[in-house]
Design a protein around this ligand. Structure first.
Ligand SMILES: Nc1ncnc2c1ncn2[C@@H]1O[C@H](COP(=O)(O)OP(=O)(O)OP(=O)(O)O)[C@@H](O)[C@H]1O
Ligand SMILES: [Mg+2]
Length: 351
């Protein structure tokens, strides 16, 4: 079949693949490239096995459609690709078409997506409610702390026995520690300052800060797509987002291991209920021990920490800042590989 193009399918959010009469890929749309992490130029003219793994269910679906000369829907299908490294949970519709030559249209939908969106939305609501409660509580705690500290200082001046100062020092130091925690809970609420910026400036700044903090044993590798356009964002906030995620990775690996900072363009992504044609995906991938199972559902909640000296605020703040950019943060984690993906929408530039 000659090279085909379907301008209308280019803008579709549904992933679509067209097979020719010899079951080779004749066309795949950008949503499909994005979903499977494939480039059409590498796949067109090849059979599906060229890029896909775990294809048994997909081939059964195709066979059923061809045998019945009608659409066949498989509601639950697992499909992987050589590049993704994990399997996608999909529903697939196969439809035989009679164009100039016989062809077969495949449409894919991820099954996790609606569930995931509903979960994200619920989590965002809950996190916002928690945060308000915490801010009010922090405010209430911070005020009397000043009084407690001041009284301990006065008391210390009146003490005859120097040995007793140890106790007033405990009061003062603990009051200071609590105050710094409360300040972290109360800050920073300034409105973001948006300007055009290159995401790689953000990543390079984080890289140099973290390398200075943990110079030995930590390798930070860059895998940048330097052709990415500028985005519209608050540079300081985005630095804080990436810094919090990278610091977590470095801490989880106890300063020894590898972190990859990756940037890619993605197409047709839904972020905060809005479909964006283009977004930047920033991935922070570490080869540390992974996020402990019991924390996975809650790491974005305030005060949830797996570290003895952690405040559990780094990811809460990161999520706050990213949602101010209409973006999202997601993660996948298993022992040996944790990947945080920050999606930031790009302004719509028109044609
Ligand atoms: N890359 C990672 N690998 C393993 N565990 C992680 C990773 N990132 C986050 N975590 C877990 O998630 C928890 C929450 O992270 P978060 O940044 O919100 O708080 P924290 O690091 O504990 O404290 P803070 O950032 O406020 O100092 C961490 O304590 C850690 O247990
Ligand atoms: Mg942290």
């Amino acid at each position: 079949m000659p090279k085909v193009s379907f301008p209308t399918l280019e803008h579709l959010a549904t992933a679509v693949i067209l097979l020719d009469d010899e079951s080779r890929v004749a066309y795949l749309n950008p949503a499909s490239e994005h979903l499977f992490g494939l480039s059409s130029s590498n796949l067109i003219g090849h059979p599906l096995q060229h890029a896909f793994t775990h294809t048994e269910q997909l081939f059964n679906t195709i066979q059923s459609a061809l045998a019945s000369h009608a659409s066949h829907i498989e509601h639950e299908l697992l499909l992987g690709t050589h590049s993704l490294g994990y399997k996608l949970h999909l529903s697939c519709t196969a439809t035989p078409l009679h164009l100039e030559h016989d062809a077969l249209l495949l449409e894919f939908h991820t099954i996790d997506r609606p569930l995931k969106l509903a979960r994200e939305e619920q989590m965002l609501d809950q996190t916002q409610a928690n945060r308000l409660l915490l801010r009010n509580l922090a405010h209430e705690i911070k005020n009397p702390l000043g009084g407690i500290r001041g009284a301990a200082q006065l008391l210390e001046q009146e003490l005859d026995k120097p040995g007793l100062r140890e106790y007033t020092q405990v009061v003062i130091q603990e009051a200071d520690r609590l105050r710094s925690l409360m300040e972290k809970l109360l800050t920073p609420q300034h409105a973001p300052h948006f300007s055009a910026l290159n995401i790689h400036e953000v990543l390079e700044r984080v890289r140099s800060v973290v390398m200075a903090e943990l110079p030995e044993g930590l390798l930070i590798r860059r895998d940048y797509d330097l052709s990415l356009p500028e985005l519209h964002g608050d540079k300081e906030q985005l630095i804080q987002v990436v810094l919090n995620i990278v610091r977590n990775a470095a801490q989880a690996m106890q300063g020894k291991g590898q972190i990859v900072l990756r940037t890619r363009i993605t197409r047709q992504v839904t972020l905060m209920k809005k479909l964006h044609r283009l977004a930047i995906a920033v991935q922070i991938i570490d080869n540390g021990p992974g996020i402990p199972g019991h924390l996975r559902d809650k790491i974005f909640y305030p005060l949830v920490s797996g570290r003895a000296d952690g405040h559990g605020l780094g990811l809460t703040l990161a999520q706050d800042f990213v949602s101010q950019h209409q973006g999202s943060i997601e993660f996948e984690s298993e022992p040996g590989r944790t990947c945080f993906t920050v999606m930031l929408p790009l302004p719509h530039l028109g044609k």
